[in-house]
Design a binder for this molecule. Structure first.
Ligand code: FES
Length: 102
């Protein structure tokens, strides 16, 4: 039997917190929580709709891969805290994410 490790996901600006399974994409965790985030490309790093910033816990997320990095390079207003939620996989440490497209 495989144990699922849970972590805490805090969503700004609401400040709501959720329990989410490590190994889940940030996008899936946010959608499962009912947060207002969209995916127009089905999580393929092509639409930018899931662009978020991660003010805390960035190191708990999976590293940025080339496809995500290339897409982020073309987004206006990107910051060093930016991630595509569809590409970022939750680790075991708490993460705080800020929704940008409300
Ligand atoms: S869902 Fe389209 S880039 Fe993430």
């Amino acid at each position: 039997m495989r144990l699922i490790t849970m972590t805490t996901l805090t969503v700004l600006p609401s400040g709501k917190t959720y329990e989410a399974a490590a190994g889940t994409t940030l996008l899936k965790a946010l959608l499962d929580a009912g947060e207002a985030i969209t995916s127009k490309c089905g999580g393929e790093a092509r639409c930018e709709a899931c662009h978020v910033t991660v003010p805390a816990g960035r190191k708990s997320l999976s590293k940025i891969q080339r496809v995500e990095n290339d897409k982020l390079d073309g987004i206006v207003g990107v910051s060093s805290n930016s991630r595509l939620a569809c590409q970022a996989i939750l680790g075991e440490e708490p993460v705080t994410v800020e929704l940008l497209h409300l």
